[in-house]
Write a new protein. Structure first.
Length: 535
């Protein structure tokens, strides 16, 4: 049972400010900040929302959600998977303030989901599907960022869907970009990728984060090409709102329209956002735990509460719905983050950049930021992962590959759903084949068959058991042994007792050993749960 704890409590707070952790968290926070910046802006643009809404969502995801979360590596912010829902909701609800009310209510519903422990759903995602989702995200990052690396930015940064809003698809966009690339963008992105791969190997220099060097190269490169035929256009650069003072900054915030509380459409949108955002968050948390070098396990119920607090805050301040995001979280993990201070600092950098250095930020080419995501994608979809899954057997490899293909050609949730179906097929197949063990012995002309049932015999095993019992030859002694069985499904019990009752017609003598007439569903050890919660 998961228990919601304060963000920083007791001795916990000390580890976040240990020098050995901050040495990792501060550089990685800069990497996440650079990755999150264009994604926040791109998703806001694609959602039909103000650019500021994307930034404030990223800030809240970093400072508020990370502070409340139990995950050490997860990074939250506006999610590409919600852009279609958000775009449709803003249009259908009539105005942005009514939509903000739906975001606020979605956060409230998420808190309820966390408190009723709906987060345990995340424990049922098969490992093969999660690994497939991570590999697919890596491939998508490479495919989607190639046009940006070539200087073609017609599609918004952060798009993960196969079909794009600009009427292209993932592959046609690359083909189109190859015919309209920018020489300056290509040079900047190629040099940036080389630096990202080589810089960490230079031990004396690697104290400075490679992405920071890449951004410097990007800014210098854009200045070198300024005034030439290859000058980068404004749409090929980061573009955040420029505020001239704190008063103007405060004027960018919006409040939800609480007078629309009687509008049933608001609740439909809120529930839709809550469910989709929660599923994306749980998938992201499972995925990040997989690639966490320390192999920590994030409390999923607490995460839903944290996401709920974040969405309620976002709705109150004029932001978009947020989730834990795999791309940002993966970049955070690959950059070497140790604790959630990395995510918190990334939110602080977003806020400070908006307030104090927007002109400097707007000098960064999107092509050098695309390079960071290209390298992140490469690390997620390494060849060794495919080899590892292949060696684990077909029941792991097939769902893995199906998930990869499905996510690439649809979107995250649909692709995972397809992978889950294939994984469930293999699970059922395995269960149907392994309900029992049996041994055949001969004593004279008489055959003796002992059927030893497994620990858990579900209704899925009924067909396999029935087939075996039906094919037992005449004049046989059969012992059905339930000594090891903790639970036998009523349907299976009925099959066994009916067989015993009718077997004499074939001259078969059936003996039942340690088989009860009824089995209660095994319960959790409540005392163990209580003892754990006291720790």
């Amino acid at each position: 049972m998961q228990k919601f704890n304060p963000a920083f409590s007791g001795t916990d707070v000390k580890k976040y400010f240990l020098k050995k952790n901050l040495k990792k968290d501060l550089p990685s926070s800069i990497v996440v900040f650079l990755v999150a910046l264009p994604l926040c802006l791109g998703i806001a643009l694609a959602s039909g929302a103000p650019l500021f809404a994307g930034l404030i969502t990223g800030i809240i995801g970093g400072i508020v959600v990370a502070s409340c979360s139990g995950s050490q590596l997860s990074v939250s912010g506006p999610a590409a998977g919600l852009t279609v829902i958000v775009l449709g909701a803003i249009t259908s609800l009539g105005n942005y303030q009514t939509f903000l009310l739906a975001v606020f209510l979605a956060g409230f519903f998420q808190m309820i989901l966390g408190l009723i422990k709906a987060g345990t759903i995340g424990n049922y995602f098969p490992s093969s599907v999660i690994e497939g989702m991570l590999a697919a995200i890596g491939i998508i990052l490479i495919l989607k960022q190639l046009p940006h690396a070539l200087g073609v930015d017609s599609d918004f940064s952060g798009d993960e869907g196969f079909l794009q809003q600009d009427h292209e698809n993932t592959f046609s966009a690359i083909t189109a970009a190859l015919g309209h690339f920018s020489l300056a963008a290509v040079l900047i992105s190629v040099i940036s990728v080389a630096v990202l791969l080589i810089w960490p190997k230079l031990k004396k220099l690697s104290v400075v984060p490679a992405p920071l060097i890449v951004v410097t190269i990007g800014v210098v490169g854009s200045l070198i090409f300024a005034g030439t035929n290859h000058e980068l256009r404004p749409d090929q650069m980061v573009k955040i709102p420029v505020v001239s003072g704190f008063g103007e900054f405060l004027g960018l915030f919006s409040m939800p329209d609480f007078s629309a509380l009687g509008n049933k459409d608001v609740y439909i949108v809120a529930l839709t956002i809550a469910v989709v955002a929660s599923l994306e968050t749980l998938l992201s948390i499972e995925a990040i735990d997989k690639i966490d070098p320390i192999k920590r396990v994030s409390p999923t119920n607490r995460e839903l509460v944290a996401q709920g607090i974040g969405n309620m805050t976002s709705g109150m301040l004029g932001g978009l719905p947020l989730t834990s995001v795999i791309v940002r979280s993966s970049a955070n993990t690959n950059a070497g983050a140790r604790t959630k201070m990395s995510a918190i600092f990334h939110g602080i950098w977003l806020l400070l950049s908006l307030l104090f250095i927007p002109q400097v930020i707007n000098m960064i080419p999107l092509s050098c930021l695309a390079a960071i995501l290209l390298v992140t994608g490469y690390k997620l979809t390494r060849i060794s992962l495919f080899k590892h899954m292949y060696h684990k057997g077909w029941d792991q490899f097939v769902p893995f590959v199906v998930t990869v293909v499905a996510v690439i050609f649809t979107d995250l949730l649909k692709g995972v759903a397809v992978g889950m179906l294939v994984s469930v097929f293999y699970l059922l197949r395995t269960n149907m084949r392994n309900p029992f063990f049996y041994r055949i012995t001969n004593e004279g002309d008489k055959k003796h068959i002992r059927i030893k049932l497994a620990e858990e015999v579900s209704f899925l095993n009924k067909a396999a058991i029935q087939v075996v019992l039906t094919n037992i030859p005449k004049e046989t002694n059969v012992i059905i042994d339930g000594t090891n069985a903790r639970f036998i499904d009523p349907d299976v019990l009925e099959t066994i007792f009916n067989y015993k009752h009718n077997a004499y017609t074939k001259g078969i003598i059936v003996t039942l050993e340690n088989i009860q007439k009824h089995y209660a569903v095994p319960k959790l050890n409540i005392k163990v749960e209580e003892d754990i919660n006291k720790l």
